[in-house]
Design a protein around this ligand. Structure first.
Ligand code: UDP
Length: 258
């Protein structure tokens, strides 16, 4: 199910050309409707995984909205001649959802390390006093734990917005399996957002992110990520190679077009 926005095909992954404010407007409309919508946050690591992980690619490309989370995909869209307008970090979108939810919608915080989801909810509630926390629970992303996690979510109903922090691709697989069973209207995998919201991991300053150096900051703060971050130069090389080969990123067909 595609979104209403123009989308770009970045090495086989759909990225919607949507600005933060537009994405939040769309979310506000969806929250008034009665069906579950999945939002995904493609970045360079996602794209590199989706190149060989067909199941992950399928979940990403069939999501209701695919925001340009990473600087890498925005850069790639420019280099490949079909630019998206702006980067929309998943963490900013998630915080926008929380702001939007104030006094109206109930938010559940699922995932992250012990106590982190709760701490994230507490910190956000202090910042947005009207926030209605449906619950916070670490759970586990493994399919064998689904029944237990769903039982916890069931007791927390009604849930309007479900934020899932299991890292990619586990959080996307979890949502693809279970979002329809939760009764939430919007589900999104938020990666390390709870670590940021709770203040456990510092987030790169805005100007660092804007300059495209989020990866360097994260590497300094969480050096054990170096192996995962090898995906970034691999992604950049692949994009530059495509560019040299004269390839232009095509539009992603609108629903019903292909
Ligand atoms: N995480 C988890 N269970 C897992 C794997 C990851 O709860 O099996 C959590 C982890 O604690 C972190 C979040 O998922 O809070 C996202 O991790 P990461 O920083 O790797 O995600 P990214 O932001 O890079 O997508």
């Amino acid at each position: 199910m595609g979104s209403r926005f123009r989308s770009v095909n970045i090495l086989g992954v759909r990225v919607d050309d949507v600005a933060l404010a537009e994405a939040l407007d769309l979310a506000a409309r969806w929250l008034e409707q009665d069906r579950p919508r999945l939002v995904v946050t493609p970045n360079a690591e996602f794209v590199m995984r989706a190149r060989w992980d067909q199941a992950f690619r399928k979940v990403l490309n069939s999501a209701d909205l695919a925001i340009p989370d990473g600087f890498g995909v925005v850069w790639a869209s420019r280099v490949l001649g079909n630019p998206v307008r702006e980067q929309v970090p998943g963490t900013d979108f998630a915080e926008g959802l929380v702001r939007l939810a104030e006094d109206r919608y109930r938010v559940f915080f699922l995932g992250a390390g012990p106590g982190v989801a709760e701490a994230a909810a507490r910190c956000l509630a202090a910042k947005y006093p009207g926030l209605r926390v449906a619950g916070a629970y670490p759970g586990s992303p493994h399919p064998e734990a689904d029944a237990e996690v769903l039982a916890v979510l069931d007791r927390a109903r009604p849930i309007d917005i479900l934020l899932v922090a299991y890292g990619a691709p586990k959080q996307e697989f979890w949502l693809a399996r279970n979002l329809g069973r939760v009764g939430a209207k919007l589900g999104i995998g938020v990666g390390g957002a709870f670590d940021f919201f709770s203040g456990r991991v510092p987030r790169a300053p805005y100007w660092v992110r804007r300059a495209g150096f989020d990866w360097a900051f994260r590497l300094a703060v969480q050096p054990w990520r170096w192996r995962r971050q090898l995906a970034l130069p691999a992604f950049a090389l692949r994009v530059l190679w495509q560019r040299l080969a004269g390839y232009r990123a095509p539009d992603w067909p609108l629903p019903g077009e292909d």
